[in-house]
Design a protein around this ligand. Structure first.
Ligand SMILES: O=c1ccn([C@@H]2O[C@H](COP(=O)(O)OP(=O)(O)O[C@H]3O[C@H](CO)[C@@H](O)[C@H](O)[C@H]3O)[C@@H](O)[C@H]2O)c(=O)[nH]1
Ligand SMILES: [Mn+2]
Length: 877
């Protein structure tokens, strides 16, 4: 039957004999449901027995040989434990069947509850239903597709490279049609499992099921009919498959009255109603169905002399089925053999019982043979798998048995394959027949075998030469351009000889380093870059000598004291980025430990800067700033214990510093943070049984306190940190932050302070003490203590360390103080010999570090507390 152009077909696929029952039941289920469409099945001739194909032809309209497409990289198949699906890529051949308009493809393990002919009316080129394993993708057991060579070539290219996430067609097709598939209702591809759980859904949608697909390795025909007899959804669906099977292939026991012989009714039917069919169809099908093939009954069927002139008749044939289904035994080749028999024509079709035939799938019957009485001279053993050239011999047999006149059946010739090449496995039956040996053609005197009316030209997938690649997309059916790229294939070495390394490898070359010249090259190296030769002359001039350091702001009365002068020369330069203006006082400011220490000569550039601001000449501003500074200093000066009594010079030196906001506040001017005082001697730690340290006096005496540092008794402990009274008052911000009642606390501290002062000074009313007293009285009336907000030292910005530095030690204080010792190591600037005292460049900090933000409520000055007395006890025991 010729294919009409643009025809619609249901198509299935048979790769192995073992799926024959599935393929047949599928076709019957569609037919029984009354489909109006034709049925086709793709077969791979190298792996499907001729007898099996004969059975297919009895039910399918078109049996279409296709080349088997194997996955040469089947590793992913093992991920789903289905190595038997190594040739599932063969499905891609569906897209090559361009003789059909649309194909509804169905796996051989599908059974139709009704004929879904409406699927052919879908406008989409590709439709499929969700897969239960991963519902975002589709299952490839039911697909509606429009054949076209574009998809075919694209997927062939993938198949050749083994591109498929599951190693089979489903992985490949989902990767190819990733975003373009039209999703079908699950009712078209219901995939039951023995563990099906969603029974309410099944009950609800049960009546709308169109087709059921038995995915997985356990097909209904491999399980046997007894496996699923329950009432679960799965059993119900498997039961539907068996219902179709039974309707068409169930082995019935009949009684032949004529011969008075019991026989399998199917065999009886085979001999009586389709006597010319060979081999007996149902039996072949039963052979592949577990529990159905039981040729234990020997029977004799008197069928009389076959009509010799029909040639296809047979007598006494014994079917030797394939030994094992491929799905279970991959490496087993089917063992279909025609045996030459020099024998008398047998009058009886008989079964010989073999000893071990109870399990048709596992126990291959050994004694059954086909007896072809007419073929005695020219039969060759048939090995359908590895000798495909022999198969036409069998075709002869099939044709003979199925041609009109012998069985009454209409011969269904296969659809010619539109293929470019004529590989043997792609040949159609007609082509195969043409190649038959002459003796085969003389084999019978039967009418000539039907030939296809015409052999259509294979479609030309090559792009039309008129294709303008610059303006048009490539023709949809064109081959991928890279399809013929040469590909290099590297084989794994199969050399079993173990690797023997050479005796020794060559030593690496020596002296492979750059030898630094011992002597400095006398000549200047040659210029490399253009700017080295064309160097422009510098236009900026820097003064060679340091001009006398005179603060333009300093008024005659506020000339820096001798100490400050001395420090100017010897102190390291402040980091230039800190502030643009620099005064003598500023230069004498203590450096932070992190500031690079710069020699005095580098002070030169600073003197060239203008040290005034534009508004310096505005008297109002000047006056205002002066007032503020004066007030502030008065307040803080009075609180410095070490400076007291403050010399007038120091006091007046601060009356005028200029109103520049970047002015660096002096030690006196800025609040200080509390520091840990000189280490307190603990009797148990420094003396006692412990080892003597260098800090210990000979007799274990406590070290003398540094001059200017308040006595230990004067320190207060705040949150585990010891504060000197001055610290408490100077750093009002911190006081505010850490006291619940800051005002009361400040008063208390001020009182302590004044008492301490009076004690030290013998009660004399110095200006400092007076100022302190004033301060103490003033504080409560202020909502926020003055100086706690607007004082911001430039060093605050420059802080890069959160480590609290020791509190500055005033000039003139004892050189044995711990802070001085600590900083002395950093102090590398040479000191002028005429400096009266060594000025310790003690840094000062306004905040915990660069991250410090005013108002930030973080504990910024917790210092690691030493071990408590109890802890110390524990440590020492
Ligand atoms: O030995 C075999 C194996 C497969 N087939 C054919 O190939 C189809 C696919 O194999 P099947 O065993 O049905 O696979 P499933 O268990 O259904 O597994 C899933 O995964 C397969 C590989 O991706 C897809 O082909 C199926 O559509 C999908 O349901 C079968 O229906 C047959 O038509 C044979 O003829 N012989
Ligand atoms: Mn399937």
């Amino acid at each position: 039957m010729a294919v009409q152009a643009g025809e619609d077909v249901y198509a299935s696929l048979l790769l192995t004999d073992a799926y024959l029952p599935g393929a047949l039941v599928l076709a019957h289920s569609l037919r029984d449901a009354g489909t109006k469409k034709k049925l086709a099945i793709l077969v791979t001739l190298d792996t499907v027995a001729a007898e099996v194909i004969t059975q297919l032809k009895a039910v399918y309209d078109y049996v279409i040989p296709v080349p088997r497409i194997r996955n040469d990289k089947p590793a992913n198949l093992y991920l789903m434990n289905r190595p038997d699906l190594h040739s599932a890529f063969t499905k891609i051949n569906l897209w090559k069947q361009t003789q059909f308009r649309k194909i509804v493809y169905l796996d051989a393990d599908v059974v139709a509850y009704r004929a879904p002919d409406e699927l052919f009316d879908l406008p989409h080129d590709f439709s499929a239903a969700p897969d239960i394993g991963w519902p975002d993708i589709f299952n490839t057991g039911v697909m509606v597709l429009r054949p076209n060579m574009g998809d075919y070539f694209a997927m062939m290219a993938m198949a050749e490279r083994g591109i498929s996430f599951d190693g089979a067609d489903q992985g490949l097709l989902n990767m190819h049609f990733k975003h373009t598939f039209n999703r079908l209702s699950f009712t078209y591809n219901v995939t039951p499992s023995a563990h099906y759980q969603y029974i309410p859904a099944y009950r609800h949608f049960q009546s709308s099921i169109n087709m059921v697909h038995f995915i997985g390795a356990d097909k209904p025909w491999l399980q046997g009919r007894d496996k699923s007899t329950g009432s679960s959804p799965y059993d119900e669906m498997v039961g539907r498959w068996w219902a179709v099977y039974d309707k068409h292939y169930r082995r019935e026991v009949g009684f032949d009255a004529e011969s008075l012989t019991f026989m399998a009714f199917a065999n009886y039917r085979a001999q009586t109603t389709a006597a010319q069919q060979a081999p007996p169809a149902p039996e072949l099908v039963q052979y592949f169905v577990k529990g159905e093939y039981q040729p234990v009954v020997q029977f004799v069927v008197p069928v009389g002399e076959p009509p010799r002139d029909q040639g296809g008749a047979f007598h006494g044939q014994q079917y030797q089925p394939p030994a094992l289904p491929y799905s279970e035994h991959q490496h087993q080749q089917p063992q279909l053999h025609y045996h030459d028999h020099q024998h008398q024509p047998q009058q009886h079709y008989h079964h010989e019982q073999s000893e071990n035939q109870h399990h048709p799938h596992r126990d291959a019957p050994q004694q059954h043979h086909y007896h072809h009485e007419q073929h005695d001279q020219h039969h060759q053993p048939y090995q359908p798998h590895d000798q495909p050239h022999e198969y036409h011999h069998h075709e002869q047999s099939h044709y003979a048995q199925s041609q009109p006149g012998s069985s009454g059946q209409t011969f269904k010739h296969p659809t010619p394959i539109p293929s470019e090449s004529f590989r043997s496995e792609e040949r159609t039956y007609a082509e195969a027949r043409k190649d038959q040996a002459p003796e085969h053609q003389t084999w019978t005197s039967r009418p000539p075998l039907p030939q296809p009316e015409h052999k259509p030209e294979p479609p030309k997938p090559e792009p039309a030469p008129s294709w303008d690649a610059q303006r048009q997309p490539p023709p949809p059916d064109s081959r991928p351009e890279a399809i013929n790229f040469p590909s290099t294939h590297y084989e794994m070495s199969s050399d079993p000889a173990p690797f023997v390394p050479p005796e020794r490898y060559p030593s690496p070359p020596k002296d492979m380093w750059y030898e630094v010249p011992k002597e400095r090259p006398s000549q200047k190296p040659k210029s490399v870059f253009p700017w080295e030769t064309h160097q422009p002359r510098p236009t900026r001039v820097f003064p060679r000598e340091e001009p006398p350091v005179v603060s333009p702001m300093a008024e005659p009365t506020s000339a820096p004291s001798g100490e400050r002068h001395a420090s100017t020369d010897s102190q390291p330069q402040a980091e230039p980025s800190l502030t643009e203006s620099s005064t003598a006082e500023q230069k004498s400011e203590p450096q932070t430990p992190t500031t690079p220490i710069v020699q005095g000569a580098t002070a030169e550039p600073w003197s060239t800067f203008t040290l005034t601001n534009a508004w310096d000449d505005v008297p109002e501003i000047e006056r205002y700033v002066d007032a503020i500074q004066k007030h502030r200093r008065t307040r803080s000066q009075g609180l410095r214990l070490g400076d007291l009594p403050a010399p007038d010079g120091v006091q007046t030196a601060w009356t005028r510093r200029g109103s520049k906001v970047t002015d660096f506040p002096s030690v006196d001017d800025r609040p200080s943070l509390p520091v840990t005082p000189a280490p307190m001697r603990r009797s148990k730690f420094w003396g006692g049984g412990g080892p003597k340290t260098g800090l210990d006096g000979e007799d274990g005496e406590q070290l003398p306190a540094a001059e200017g540092v308040p006595a230990q008794s004067e320190w207060v402990c705040v949150h585990g940190v010891r504060w000197s009274p001055a610290d408490c008052l100077c750093d009002l911000t911190n006081v505010l932050r850490y006291y619940k009642d800051p005002v009361a606390q400040l008063q208390k501290l001020a009182k302590q302070q004044s008492e301490a002062l009076l004690q030290k000074l013998g009660g004399s009313g110095s200006p400092g003490s007076e100022a302190m007293g004033t301060e103490g009285r003033e504080i409560p009336s202020r909502p926020l203590p003055f100086g706690s907000e607007d004082v911001k030292s430039p060093t605050y910005v420059a802080q890069s360390s959160t480590v609290l530095s020791p509190k500055p030690v005033k000039p003139g204080s004892g050189s044995s103080s711990v802070p001085e010792r600590l900083t002395a190591g950093i102090e590398s600037a040479p000191r002028s010999t005429d400096s009266p005292v060594s000025i310790i460049s003690a840094p000062s900090y306004q905040g915990p570090g660069p991250s410090f933000e005013k108002g930030e409520d973080i504990p910024t000055f917790e210092t690691p507390a030493g071990p408590t007395e109890e802890e110390q006890d524990v440590l020492e025991t």
